[in-house]
Design a protein around this ligand. Structure first.
Ligand SMILES: [Zn+2]
Length: 356
């Protein structure tokens, strides 16, 4: 009995002494830098994010920025309804989800916190405005206020919390259409640059095409922000990958985030990833599904429908379909880990990235 106790204690002591080097090794093999990110439950170390889906949604409301009424729903009831999907994602190994639904498209940070606590998955929410789809999701004040005034609003959320809660954003999310960018889109990017330099929040932009992403980089550089702070959301829209290579070489993150079960689509994602590997740029790639649920009103009650983006099970196709397909192509386990663990940690790490 005493001998047994001794063995278990010495194993424990050995584990304690090995633990820091084990953590360092784990961090090294994923490529995650030391730092922190901001979740709906507060700060966590980048090293503890683990397997991260870098662009997903939980609930969105597509009614527009200033509708007369919105579908109403109870957070606790809805969290219970959606919890099985997050638990399934956790079973696939997911430990962090970047939730990309901006304000005025149904962002609901209290629901995110309930789901994070119930599922054990870290969830990161955002601040910022979405000008894509013809400005339907911009509040009226976005048209009249200056970049500085908009940045002040977003920084208030960073400093004090969102919608009267103490939940803080972990990045800035914007949306713009294709090039040439419109003046209001340029204004939002300038506001993001101001907010980034004061907070270190990275800037993820839903972008209509590669030429628009190039313009974003130019605006940020002019405002003193390095392209390292920019996550080009929906970069899969670039058919040849020409802009991926140009902008990743400048430091921009390439978010390939609409992965779905369709065979042709999987081939397209594989080709993008393989090309970026050939260019030595896999350390700038993020992968995700852009899955989620839309809330609507049906018969006077809120209804939640999964996005019809080609995925029969939300938050799953990367593990069930893409991962084996990438391994067939010669992408290694370490490279997969880099795209799903190290890269998201580095992309969303709170860190001011100055140009020059
Ligand atoms: Zn999205």
């Amino acid at each position: 009995m005493e001998r047994r106790q001794f063995i278990s204690l010495s194993c424990f002591a050995g584990f304690i002494s090995l633990y820091p080097s084990f953590l360092a090794l784990a961090a090294e093999s994923s490529g995650a830098e030391k730092g922190f990110v901001m979740t709906v439950n507060g700060k966590i170390e980048t090293n503890s994010m683990g397997l991260t889906l870098s662009h997903e949604h939980i609930i969105t409301d597509f009614k527009g920025a200033e509708p007369d009424t919105r579908p109403e729903y109870d957070n606790e009831v809805t969290a219970n309804l959606l919890l099985p999907y997050l638990k399934a994602a956790k079973k696939s190994g997911v430990t962090t989800i970047i939730e990309c639904t901006p304000a005025h498209i149904g962002r609901n940070v209290e629901l995110l916190r309930l789901l994070s606590k119930a599922s054990g998955i870290n969830i990161i929410t955002n601040t910022g405005y979405y000008a894509a789809v013809g400005h339907k999701y911009l509040p009226n004040h976005a048209f009249t206020e200056t970049s500085e005034e908009l940045a002040t609003r977003w920084l208030k959320e960073w400093e004090n919390g969102i919608d009267g809660t103490d939940i803080r954003p972990g990045f800035i999310k914007l949306g713009v259409d294709s090039a040439p960018l419109k003046p209001i889109e340029e204004k939002l990017i300038k506001a993001a640059a101001i907010a980034h330099l004061k907070s270190g929040l990275k800037i993820a932009i839903h972008t209509g095409n590669g030429a628009a992403a190039r313009q974003e980089v130019e605006i940020l550089i002019k405002a003193g922000v390095s392209p390292e702070a920019l996550i080009w959301v929906h970069a899969q829209i670039d058919p040849t990958g020409f802009f991926h290579v140009e902008l990743a070489k400048k430091g921009c993150w390439i978010s390939l985030d609409g992965i779905n079960e369709d065979r042709d689509s999987i081939v397209q994602y594989r080709n993008h990833i393989y090309r970026l590997k050939g260019e030595g740029l896999l350390h700038k790639v993020l992968i995700s599904h852009d899955d989620g649920f839309a809330v609507t009103e049906e018969g006077g009650k809120a209804a939640f429908n999964a996005f019809k983006n080609g995925n029969s099970i939300p938050y799953n196709t990367i593990f069930g379909v893409l991962k084996p397909s990438l391994f067939e192509l010669g992408i290694t386990r370490d490279e997969f880990k880099m795209m799903t663990v190290g890269n998201p940690a580095n992309a969303f790490q709170i860190k001011v990235c100055r140009q020059g």
